[in-house]
Each structure stands twice: as structure tokens, then as C-alpha cells.
Ligand binder design. Structure first.
Ligand code: PA5
Length: 464
């Protein structure tokens, strides 16, 4: 069986979607456009603007992470990642896909004596407080992850954790329970690391949060928890090699980006659903949601003109959302594409017992497996959607392992920069989140920042 992930886009085409999808003839025009997009991306890559491309090949960083992880893994029974957005979502995706299901509920033997892994990704006191109360600081390692080294949520988490560590341990020992992953030079975290003698790993300056899962951001916690990071990077490198072509039909990332863009701009489908047909890849859809939204949702194009562009990514889970969302996908507006995430070889399966052989409504299930049922539901949903004119495609992984996940992550990151070219926006910045940050600083009393002021007439109207 091939190790490659595949992209089946047949159901994006007009011929199988009742004329509603993309006509075959448009694909050739698209292939010409892709050649230019690929050239643009290659130029930016060579100019060092797209640092994530280099991550699978950073041998020295991997060795550094390995030696950190090997030294630390067995010394702590829990690792907690403090971070948010691009500093957390990729690691959550790795955890849910690659660690044994229900990892944190397993005992030491079930985890092969690797630590439990918690990733905060929020500052909700109702979940952060109870988690921190439950953990023993003396056996816990806290990995503070912030590229900028200033993000309010992560800094607040860090300040709480540091004081708990100092209360539980003496001044010398609290440091060894902290590792910072941050910019090599800038930010307050970097400064504190130097002042307090806390170990650090770098987020390369040219790699933004949502493209950083294959840097120390995702690799350190993954390696400490026992994930095969070398295989993850090898998968990413294999996908990078596959995509170093200007032949759109041979490039999974190119094809994905081009089809989504065309579906949006020529076929009225700005909503891009990613529907994982396994619980273990649902968090990949969540990670992708951030990648696609924050990279492509922009007010200005690359020349600075006001354009208000971007698709709306949505995550969904099969079969669960067949009983929640699929009615809308089948009969609602023709404004969506659905990308299914499927797995060829599901190593873990559960047999359905052969009981009720005389009950017609149940006998067909007996002797089959849950994996067969789930996959049949995916195939049936994809076919049903296409027969109603609903564009959909399927990304299939050979199995859920580190190599396949590395391929998928790299494919979607490369697709995002191609989509940036098609939409003519900068996929690497996020100016739209700045204003909210500044107003939060104002509300929290940070010096030099103002709280939001209501315009005259902008009075609250509240239904009580
Ligand atoms: O993708 C991004 O750039 C953002 O989602 C950031 O990751 C997020 O805002 C956290 O930033 P930082 O890593 O600087 O704390």
C-alpha cells in the first residue's frame, strides 16, 4: 500500500455534480494560472520569506529538541503547554491524532511512561483553575510558547504558573520546570529567560504562529510525549518534494488551493468545510480552520487596495455531523465545498457482534465493524452530496501515523500560500486582530493604551 496521501477531486467537477461544479475545461485554464502561482511561491521561498518550508530540514534543531526531550520526558509525569492560537492548535492536532486515544486518562504503563500532555489554548478561569489545582507542580513541566513573547493570554497563564511553582519549589528549582519557546531575540519572554536563567528553544523569526507546528512549537511537546518527530518531518519533506512542481495536476497542495479558490470565486462557494471521518483528525480540521481563516481573510490585497476577501473555513466531524450539519449541506444554499478526511487503513477497529440475525433492521450490522460502518457513511455522504450538485473532495491518508500527518500538515500549509496568491492577499500577516488586542490592553489598564470609547449614539440596547 502506498505511503502517500491522495486527493480525489472528481466530485468537484461539473460532470458529477449535476452541472453545478467546475467544468473540466476550466481546469486547464486553472493549470496555467497555477504555474504563475507556483513561480511566485518559489520566488518568495528562495527570498527567505516563507520560513516554514525549511522546517522539515532543520536537522540541528531536531537534535536539540531530541536531547531536551530525552532528558526531560521521564523526569516529569505531566507537561502543560501554555500558548494560544498558532502556538497551541498544531500541538493539539498532533496530540489527538498521534497519541493513544484518551492519553491523559491512561496510567503510566498505558502511556509507555511518557508524560500526560495538556494544552491550555485559553484563559477561561473555569477550566484553567481546576486543571492547575489538580496538577502537582513538582512533577509537571510547563512549556510556555509565544512567538511574540507578549501575548496577553499566554503571559497571564505563565504568571499564574510561575507563582505556583515558586510556592511549591525553592527559588533555584522552579526554573527547571519551565521551558520557553519564543523568538530568538525579541519579546519579554526572551528577556525573562535571560534574566531568570530559563531554558529556551527558538521559533524561527521567519515562521509565523499558524505555520509553526513543525518547529520547536509543536515538536518539543510532541517529542516529550513520545511522538516520532523524525517521521513527522520526513512526511512533511516528502510532501514538499511532491509539491515542487508547476504541474497543478501533480501537486496535491496546488490542486486543493486552486479548486477551493475557483469554487469560491466562480461557483459561489465561499464556505469551505473540512469534515474528518475520524475523531483523531477532527483537531486537524480545527488547526486548518485557523490557518485558512487567519491567512486568507484580509481587508487589503497585496497592492494595498481595499478588497474584503477570504473564504470561511468550517470544521465538521463524520458521522456525528451527519445528524447535525449534513441536512444543511445537502439542501441549503450552494455556498459550500466539503473536504472529507478519510483513512485507508484503520488499525484500531471494533467488531459488531452477530446478534439479532432474525431482525431485518439490525442483521446487516452483525459481523461488520465500526470502521466499516464509518467508512460506508463517508462514501455514502460524499456520493449523496455530489448527486445533489454539492462539490466535495476527499483527502485520504494511508493510515494515521506521524509520516502521514506530516504530509497532511505540509500539504495544507503549502496550499494556504498558493491560495494567498490566488486571492492576492498576504497569507502571513494578521492585521485584523491588532485592534482587539490594543483595546484589551486598554481595558486591562496597560500603560499607553486606551479602553474602547463608544461613539455618540452608540448606546447599549439590551433586551432584559
Ligand atoms: O498564527 C498566528 O500568528 C497567531 O494565531 C498566533 O499564533 C497567536 O496570536 C499567538 O501568538 P504568539 O505565539 O505570539 O503568542
Amino acid at each position: 500500500m502506498s505511503d502517500r496521501i491522495t486527493l480525489d477531486y472528481s466530485r468537484m467537477l461539473a460532470s458529477v455534480t449535476d452541472g453545478r461544479g467546475i467544468p473540466e475545461s476550466r481546469l486547464d485554464a486553472l493549470a496555467g494560472r497555477f504555474r504563475d502561482a507556483h513561480g511566485d511561491v518559489e520566488r518568495r521561498r528562495t527570498a527567505g520569506e516563507l520560513g516554514f518550508f525549511a522546517l522539515p530540514y532543520e536537522q540541528k534543531v531536531v537534535e536539540q529538541i531530541r536531547s531536551f526531550a530525552d532528558g526531560l520526558g521521564q523526569a516529569y509525569d505531566t507537561i502543560v503547554v501554555l500558548g494560544i492560537g498558532g502556538s497551541a492548535l498544531g500541538t493539539i492536532a498532533l496530540q489527538n491524532a498521534l497519541l493513544k486515544p484518551h492519553w491523559n486518562e491512561l496510567d503510566g504503563e498505558g502511556r509507555d511512561y511518557f508524560p500526560r500532555l495538556y494544552i491550555l489554548d485559553n484563559v477561561d478561569p473555569s477550566t484553567v483553575g481546576p486543571l492547575l489545582d489538580r496538577l502537582d507542580p513538582r512533577t509537571t513541566l510547563y512549556n510556555v510558547i509565544s512567538k511574540s513573547g507578549t501575548t496577553a493570554e499566554t503571559m497571564a497563564q505563565f504568571m499564574i504558573v510561575r507563582e505556583r511553582l515558586r510556592a511549591a519549589l525553592d527559588d533555584d528549582h522552579y526554573r527547571s520546570h519551565l521551558i520557553f519557546t519564543t523568538d530568538p531575540e525579541r519579546g519579554v519572554l526572551r528577556r525573562l529567560a535571560d534574566q531568570e536563567g530559563i531554558a529556551t528553544l527558538p521559533v524561527p523569526a521567519d515562521v509565523g504562529g499558524r505555520f509553526s507546528v513543525l518547529s520547536a512549537v509543536g515538536l518539543l511537546p510532541a517529542a516529550i510525549a513520545g511522538i516520532d518527530i523524525e517521521a513527522l518531518l520526513a512526511g512533511a519533506a516528502a510532501m514538499d518534494e511532491r509539491c515542487r512542481t508547476d504541474d497543478m495536476f501533480a501537486s496535491p497542495a496546488g490542486m486543493f488551493a486552486a479548486l477551493q479558490h475557483l469554487a469560491h470565486t466562480e461557483h459561489g462557494a465561499p464556505t469551505h468545510v473540512m469534515m474528518a471521518y475520524t475523531d483523531r483528525l477532527y483537531s486537524v480540521a480545527d488547526w486548518f480552520r485557523q490557518l485558512w481563516a487567519e491567512s486568507l481573510g484580509k481587508q487589503h490585497d497585496r497592492a494595498g487596495a481595499e478588497v474584503f476577501r477570504g473564504p470561511t473555513p468550517v470544521k465538521a466531524l463524520g458521522a456525528t455531523d451527519q445528524h447535525s450539519q449534513v441536512q444543511l449541506y445537502m439542501e441549503g444554499p450552494f455556498d459550500k465545498t466539503i473536504t472529507f478526511l478519510a483513512v485507508r487503513d484503520t488499525a484500531l477497529d471494533v467488531a459488531i457482534p452477530e446478534v439479532y440475525g432474525d431482525v431485518d433492521e439490525l442483521s446487516y450490522l452483525g459481523g461488520r465493524t465500526l470502521g466499516e460502518l464509518l467508512d460506508a457513511e463517508r462514501q455514502a455522504t460524499a456520493a449523496a452530496l455530489a448527486s445533489r450538485g454539492r462539490m466535495n473532495m476527499t483527502i485520504e491518508l494511508p493510515r494515521i501515523d506521524a509520516h502521514a500527518l506530516g504530509q497532511l500538515i505540509m500539504m495544507l500549509q503549502i496550499a494556504t500560500v498558493y491560495a494567498g496568491v490566488f486571492y492576492d492577499v498576504d497569507p502571513l500577516d494578521q492585521p485584523g486582530v491588532e485592534l482587539g488586542k490594543q483595546l484589551t490592553y486598554g481595558l486591562m489598564g496597560r500603560k499607553g493604551f486606551e479602553a474602547p470609547r463608544l461613539d455618540e449614539g452608540d448606546v447599549p440596547r439590551v433586551v432584559k
